[in-house]
Design a protein around this ligand. Structure first.
Ligand code: FAD
Length: 467
């Protein structure tokens, strides 16, 4: 093998956390080596997560809009689906972004080593590269090894009709009947895609509602819309067996409202993600990993070993790209001697379903459980001229305020583009904005962003412009 590589900063894993940390450390003058087992950098988010799912969801949105556009006086007819072309389009987007990242790494002289890395001591990592084992000696390290699909043990994974989210994004075929196990964000996003492409979709969720983390009132419009379009949605229901058969996958269910056994053409398992903490030889470096595989860190992203940091999915929930990138910057800045801390007041969550569901800060469910006093301003989109012009009226924007100070505590939005709109509420929370700030800031008309303005006006009792 090559001579050992010496570096100041080693980053293990090139997802949004890892590449952000590597670039920031390099920009702050550090010599950086980035280790990635896959041939392309970008991690889950770019290759098999955020980006490909959003590319396919845009296709789904256009199909859905076209299908309902006859009401507007224009009919498009039945869509012609070319799966190979859809896949190629999606892969093209991924290629642009991962190629861009490789370029950005090169400009910064971040050295990328491809191969599986494992710590062999507190200051060394061995990488199994195509050419053999390569030892990297580092002064400081950032673990950004992310997470992987959580596998249900009783599912026959060797059957090609059983899919995880990565398989589902490959669009091998559109099954006639698809069972989605898991009614969280990833399961529902993939359900949206396959339903738009023509599959009959059934969703099974163990909890008593879809997207368990969000308030029920902002999930209800989504639930209502997909109940009318999907074959079935079973809540409080557990899948107990998935059995390969000639005619499909035989599935059995358990729960009060569980359906009879049924045969599906494909099954997508989307029951969560597991951190990769136990797969990196952390013990050799002395880094503590809990029994689930998470690595505990302080507000500077430091592990129990002072010169080793960890960021992203591997340090805990929420497993979101924008959390990973912000943590990555903090770790790099601390390594470069800055006094950075991760102190985001909130990390927003978005389901890019149709309609989108987005929330940030305190939810009403949390406020009630924790006995936190709040008041609420809400605006139903049925009174938004912009929403009606899109042909949609089911949206809702609500903002929670502190009853004493009228400061923003949280917000929930459901409707087309809710994921874009939630950002204004995040800024309001970060800046200690009060209801009056949201109410008095002049918002462009007619926009969906006005619904935040109207929700605050409704709270203040000053709302007059209901359209
Ligand atoms: P990862 O992206 O998991 O990257 C870790 C990298 O480390 C991987 O490339 C892996 O190959 C590499 N690695 C691991 N171990 C080793 C090793 N021993 N040696 C070498 N390399 C190693 N989040 C959002 O915010 N918005 C979304 O819309 C969104 N959509 C998603 C859709 C899907 C279908 C999925 C699955 C996830 C989605 N996520 C989304 C979550 C998001 O992808 C993750 O939160 C994010 O990728 C985490 O980044 P990370 O840097 O922690 O790790």
């Amino acid at each position: 093998s090559d001579a050992d590589i010496e570096t100041e900063v080693l980053v293990l894993g090139s997802g949004p956390g890892g590449y952000t940390a590597a670039f920031r450390a390099a920009d702050l003058g550090k010599k950086v080596v980035l280790v990635e087992r896959h041939a392309v950098i970008g991690g889950v988010c770019l290759n098999v997560g955020c980006i490909p799912s959003k590319a396919l969801l845009h296709t789904a949105q256009v199909i859905n809009e076209a299908a309902e556009f006859a009401e507007h006086g224009v009919s498009f007819g039945k869509p012609k689906i070319d799966l190979d072309a859809i896949r190629a389009y999606k892969d093209g987007i991924i290629g642009k972004l991962t190629g861009g990242l490789a370029q950005l790494a090169k400009q910064r002289k971040v050295r990328i080593v491809h191969g599986e890395g494992r710590f062999t001591s507190p200051h060394t990592l061995a990488v199994e590269t195509a050419e053999g084992s390569q030892l990297i000696r580092f002064q400081q390290a950032i673990i950004a090894a992310g997470s992987r699909v959580a596998k249900l043990p009783f599912v026959p994974w060797d059957d090609p009709r059983v899919m995880d989210s990565t398989d589902a994004l490959e669009l091998q075929e559109v099954p006639k009947r698809l069972l989605v196990i898991g009614g969280g964000i990833i399961g529902l996003e993939m359900a949206t895609v396959y339903h738009a492409l023509g599959a009959k979709v059934t969703v099974v969720e163990l909890a008593d509602g879809l997207i368990p983390g969000a308030d029920r009132d902002i999930v209800r419009p989504l639930e209502k819309r997909i109940k009318a379009r999907y074959e079935n949605i079973f809540l409080k229901t557990q899948v107990t067996t998935v059995e390969p058969g000639k005619k499909g996958l035989l599935c059995r269910f358990k729960g009060d409202k569980a359906p009879a056994e049924d045969v599906f053409d494909r099954v997508l398992v989307a029951v969560g993600r597991a951190p990769n903490g136990k797969l990196i030889g952390a013990e050799a470096a002395g880094v503590a990993v809990d029994e689930r595989g998470f690595i505990a860190v302080d507000s500077q992203q430091r592990t129990n070993v002072p010169h080793i940091f960890a960021i992203g999915d591997i340090v805990g929930q929420p497993m979101l790209a924008h959390k990973a990138t912000h943590e990555g910057k903090v770790a790099a800045e601390v390594i470069a001697g800055q006094k950075a801390h991760f102190d985001a007041r909130t990390i927003p969550s978005v389901a890019y379903t149709d309609p989108e569901v987005a929330w940030m800060g305190l939810t009403e469910t949390e406020a009630k459980a924790q006995g936190i006093a709040y008041e609420k301003g809400a605006f139903p989109w049925a009174a938004s001229g912009r929403s009606l012009s899109l042909g949609r009226d089911e949206g809702l924007t609500k903002v929670l305020f502190d009853p004493d100070t009228h400061r923003v505590l949280g917000a929930g939005i459901v409707g087309p583009n809710a994921g874009e709109l939630i950002a204004e509420a995040v800024l309001a929370l970060e800046m200690d904005a009060e209801a009056g700030d949201l109410a008095l800031a002049v918002h462009p008309h007619p926009t969906l962003s006005e619904t935040l303005n109207f929700a605050a006006e409704a709270y203040e009792g000053t709302i007059t412009d209901l359209y």
